[in-house]
Design a protein around this ligand. Sequence first.
Ligand SMILES: NC(=O)c1ccc[n+]([C@@H]2O[C@H](COP(=O)([O-])OP(=O)(O)OC[C@H]3O[C@@H](n4cnc5c(N)ncnc54)[C@H](O)[C@@H]3O)[C@@H](O)[C@H]2O)c1
Length: 471
Amino acid sequence: MAEPKEITRRDAIKTAGAVAVAGAAITKLEGAPAILKARAAADPVKYGMVGTGSRGTYLLKHLKGIDTGACVAICDISDDALDKAQKTIGGNPRRYKDYRELLSDKEVEAVFVTTPLFAHFPVTRDALEAGKHVFCEKSLVFKPEEVHALKALAHSKPKQVLQVGLQRRYSAMYQAARQMIEKGLLGEVGFVQAQWHRNPGWKMKKGVPNERMANWRLFREYSGGLVAELASHQIDVADWMLGMTPEAVMGLGALDYMKDGRDIFDNVQLIYKYPKGRRLVWTSVPCSTHWPGVGGARTEMGEIIEGTHGTIHITIGDDNNRPIGMWFREPNPPSKAEEAKKAAKKEEFKAGATMVAAAGSRPLPILLSKDLMTGKESFLEKELKYARLWLYQKGILVPEEEKNPVDTALEAFFHDTRTGGRPKADLEIGLQDSIAVILSNLALDEGRMVYFNEIENMGKPGAPARPARRG
Ligand SMILES: NC(=O)c1ccc[n+]([C@@H]2O[C@H](COP(=O)([O-])OP(=O)(O)OC[C@H]3O[C@@H](n4cnc5c(N)ncnc54)[C@H](O)[C@@H]3O)[C@@H](O)[C@H]2O)c1
């Protein structure tokens, strides 16, 4: 198939029409409607934060710009962390060193749990017992017994919101990807490749007060290592995109590079077996940040979601690099290949072969609501949209989400707290994610295939120290 010499504006519109299906339904998913926001702002959710370290202050920086919540209390065992938090959020939140005191503060309606992983469960449990709504960072819980205990407890508190810090669930770009899959644009999705590569990876902080706690991520006593801190986000993406949860996991974990006293692995590769032959392969290496997705435009982390009819590259980014994604059509989808070719020829005749030539090699934009034609645009707005689509199509511009999904997730938490809504990253999603983390680490430690139903017997009274292999 000949490459078109010049992609015309008309081609861009044609392509946009074909992929608009991905964005057509997402408007309602992008945050709370303005009217509800305005009403909630008059009655902001009064929250406290437990654990005001790096993530806590990052969230406070974002929370400062959200008027549907008001910080009334902060808690940390470190004065320095409390000082930084107070400076970040401003105002005059009450300061606590013991989280139980924050929980008995009557004014606090909702609690952010941003402590190290080992402390997520006790704080979340006590916060729910105290009648508070909870936003707990990922990974939700640390140990098998905590999975069972939190499930029972949270189910007994149906009126309290429990949201988990899996912000990809709140991203319009990830939601558009999920809708593309639902609408069949990728055909049968069979494989997810996800990576979080760093160079060199977490460094040990030396000469700081309470050195071991300051480096909690590096010690198994407090941390689930790379799997809990990084893979947890991406296993959740795979579950979401595949629409199922894994049956088993196996992998290789080693401490190869950073032998500085840490006891977690720094080099991890995992394979997840899902029903119907689906797979997730997750890798984390500490010797390169290269990511081959999105044309090499981003580094470190991202997911490649592959189906019989197409593939999506997607990554969340950070404060400076918003979520981006692109997709590729499969050149020869296994079914209806002849029809596709015939349709392609017809298309080429009509519109200059844009879609067909793009198959396999050229990325196509994943369109968000801002790019879709509603028919209500002014002349200028229409021209701007056409121009943007044309630039996307030429590969000069990649559609980027306008909002940081962290902000969307925080706004949604306050919204759900006021309306009784169900979080997109709720208890079930958080627990499933924690189960995956716990079992992945077991697979790495024991060097065997671990079955997901093993969790049922783990952490229960009378359970064997090492669960029997099942499934
Ligand atoms: N969603 C995301 O993308 C994302 C990103 C980064 C971190 N996180 C999560 O946020 C959590 C915190 O990570 P971090 O990087 O901020 O760690 P950190 O070490 O920088 O901060 C943790 C803070 O908790 C405090 N703390 C420890 N025990 C406490 C207790 N019992 N009561 C009150 N405070 C206590 C510590 O003093 C410290 O200030 C982790 O679970 C991590 O996985 C999530």
